[in-house]
Design a protein. Structure first.
Length: 682
């Protein structure tokens, strides 16, 4: 199951320019969301509304947590590829010392490449994981490296600039070398063909055997095997290099712990103090049993306002799905908006009981749904600059089962996406009529947030397995089907009158905005993220196309949804929203059956028939129209800056937040202030 919702394509590509929206985002008219734009990326900034209203103690707590959040940055660079730190530090040095022609094509392409490397925390695209192709010449790089004094270069002991170049040039320029960060193509040795740095010298088979031997299949509370280590083979021996103080990445973990301990002094309650103590202990020992203790304490602490993630968490960066990449998110509860998720959580059993799935697959008792809306104060590691808009942790299944999970929606991030997308022309290009455009402008943002809440708080937690069905019965199709199940649960209920009764949407037609966007996105506009000729691979994208295509096909006779050709362009038209809702309910029932019964063949057929293949002709048209709008398909964020305010005695009296740092400026400052790892961590 995916535990993080990646930026929903809807939120990514929207939409909307209504006066209502501008008012909702208090003072948005004076806040400059746009920071930078290059390659396929747009850099935004986000506001931290409510920070000023926190107590000084809470602000201090946040301040030291945000420091910890940056100290792990280099860990992620190294995890993403063993040459990333050497390359980044070399490029940064050139950038800082460059005296040549800044208008030359080589230099301009060099700057774009460096900005891409910063964004991806390495030399592979953050989303596709393909290696970046530099548009500057090898000669340019060689010349600039050689022009630098040795002290400005990240050299190995006793080595020269030539040695450095010999090591990094093929990695940067040869398309055959380290071409993909995470390769998931069945049949390949996934470790040998993936450039990530979680394994060294071992084959996929050796790694699998290593962890299979370790696993105790009778343990009902298994640790997350391999989460915090690199697996290496030296002198024919295979062993783990554990991430801990005194072990791998120890220099950075020490700084993280230092700041966590400072933060602890300002914690809001004893439970938070214990959480930090346990996390610190884990960083010292590397013992994964301690990590589980930390996760349990963390998931059970619900009374504080401030919360955080700071450690080895998600496993998407490892083709075997074991190794956790370092990430951090420091946040505090948005009490007003959390009323919405509280209402949903309180009514969880009602939703379960009334869902259109077969009673045999329903949960008699829904439990452990804790959900809130948060304001993020700082993003770090694998949450920066590209961030999810919702998080659901911890990942260990048994902890989720016995202790529940925390689910959050990050509203100041979705707000920034929404604000930045205003006036891009996207709606005018892809929505054919004024009525629907207005619907989407008016309700798109609230409906989107509600969809995310329902997906996270209810969707994933709904339903049950029949006795004896293995939880991994759906194998490679499980992620896509799981996301589809959660999306359908949300979609189905958005059109229910219960939502209006609970006051979760402002108008009885508001759900139509979500339905329309969902269908438009799943049938057409999400294809902007796929390169010509490629299939859809990512689970969330597959799920969206599965739902949209299936619903269009099932409703074909009644023209429920159509792709219509008007004036030489194709548009999605929804003719019957009520019937579309029924279709969502039908598919939900079927996918729940597939999951509950572990019906692999049926699951496979659905995904292969509807979710994977792309209509090449339509794809080209969408890409062409999208390109003409000049919108970057991927977005990320610079962080705000926090400053301690001291009185004449040096006592801290307040913490202020400011929003004026630029992209390159922030990246260079982070490199200056938070580089604790050696360049080479062989
Ligand atoms: Zn999900």
């Amino acid at each position: 199951m995916k535990k993080i919702i990646f930026m929903a394509a809807t939120a990514l590509q929207i939409i909307s320019a209504s006066p209502l929206m501008a008012k909702r985002s208090h003072g948005a008219e004076t806040f400059n969301y746009n920071v930078d734009k290059f390659a396929d990326l747009q850099i935004l900034r986000y506001r931290v509304p409510g920070f000023e209203q926190l107590t000084t103690r809470q602000k201090m707590y946040i301040y030291y947590l945000t420091e910890a959040a940056q100290c792990g940055r280099d860990i992620l660079f190294d995890q993403n590829g063993k040459y990333n730190l050497a390359i980044r530090r070399t490029l940064e040095s050139i950038y800082r010392n460059y005296k040549g022609d800044t208008a030359s094509e080589d230099y301009k392409a060099f700057v774009v490449y460096l900005k891409q490397v910063w964004f991806a925390n390495g030399i592979h695209h953050h989303y596709s994981t393909d290696k970046f192709t530099p548009a500057f010449s090898e000669e340019f790089l060689v010349k600039e490296v050689k022009a630098l004094p040795a002290g400005e270069l990240p050299l190995r002991d006793g080595k020269t600039a030539d040695d450095l170049l010999a090591e990094i040039l093929p990695v940067i320029f040869n398309p055959e070398v380290m071409q993909k960060r995470v390769n998931l193509a069945a049949g390949d040795d996934l470790i040998k063909t993936s450039a990530c740095n979680y394994y060294d010298g071992v084959t996929q088979q050796e790694a699998e055997e290593f962890y299979n031997a370790m696993r105790d299949t009778t343990d009902t509370q298994p640790i997350s095997y391999g989460l915090n280590s690199r697996l290496v083979k030296r002198d024919r021996k295979i062993y783990e290099e554990t991430y801990k103080i005194g072990g791998r990445y120890g220099e950075a973990l020490e700084k993280i712990v230092e700041n966590l301990e400072k933060a602890k002094e300002f914690a809001e309650n004893d439970a938070q103090k214990e959480i930090i103590e346990t996390l610190v202990e884990f960083n010292r020992s590397g013992d994964l049993k301690t990590f589980d203790e930390y996760c349990i304490k963390w998931v059970e602490e619900l009374s504080g306002t401030v919360d955080f993630i700071c450690g080895f968490t998600e496993v998407y960066g490892d083709p075997l799905g074991l190794k956790g990449s370092w990430e951090s998110s420091i946040n505090f509860k948005n009490h007003d908006a959390s009323e919405r998720t509280d209402i949903i959580s309180r009514n969880a059993q009602w939703f379960e009981d009334h869902s259109p799935v077969d009673d045999r697959f329903k949960k008699e008792k829904v439990k452990g749904v804790s959900a809130k809306v948060i304001t993020v104060a700082m993003l770090g590691g694998d949450c920066y600059p590209s961030t999810p808009i919702g998080i659901n942790l911890p990942n260990a299944d048994w902890i989720r089962r016995d202790h529940g999970s925390k689910s959050v929606t990050i509203e100041n991030i979705t707000e920034a996406y929404d604000a930045a997308s205003q006036g891009t022309g996207f709606n005018d290009e892809f929505i054919p009529d004024e009525h629907t455009r207005r619907l989407v402008a008016e309700y798109g943002f609230v409906a989107d947030n509600l969809h995310t809440d329902l997906h996270e708080c209810l969707g994933h937690g709904s339903g049950k397995m029949l006795p004896g069905v293995e939880s991994d019965a759906l194998k490679a199709y499980s992620s896509t089907l799981e996301e589809a199940r959660a999306d359908l649960f949300a979609l189905y209920y958005m059109g229910d009158k219960k939502i209006m009764e609970l006051g979760l949407l402002p108008d009885k037609d508001a759900y139509k905005a979500e339905y329309y966007k969902y269908m438009m996105n799943g049938l057409m506009t999400q294809l902007t993220r796929i390169r010509p000729g490629d299939n859809i691979e990512e689970a969330h994208m597959r799920n969206r196309q599965l739902i949209a295509r299936w619903a269009m096909e099932q409703g074909e006779a009644d023209k429920v949804v159509e792709i219509k050709n008007m004036n030489g362009k194709r548009y999605v038209v929804v003719n019957d929203y009520k019937e579309l809702r029924n279709l969502f309910g039908k598919l939900l029932a079927e996918i729940q059956r597939i999951k509950s019964e572990g019906d692999y063949e049926a699951g496979k057929n659905l995904v292969e028939k509807y979710a994977v293949k792309v209509d090449a002709d339509l794809h080209n048209e969408v890409l062409e129209r999208y390109r003409s709008l000049g919108i970057a398909p991927y977005k990320g964020f610079v962080n705000p800056r926090y400053t301690l305010v001291k009185d004449e005695n040096g006592t801290v009296t307040d913490v202020t937040v400011s929003y004026n740092e630029g992209y390159a400026e922030q990246m260079l400052r982070y490199a200056r202030e938070y580089s604790f790892l050696p360049t080479y961590n062989d």
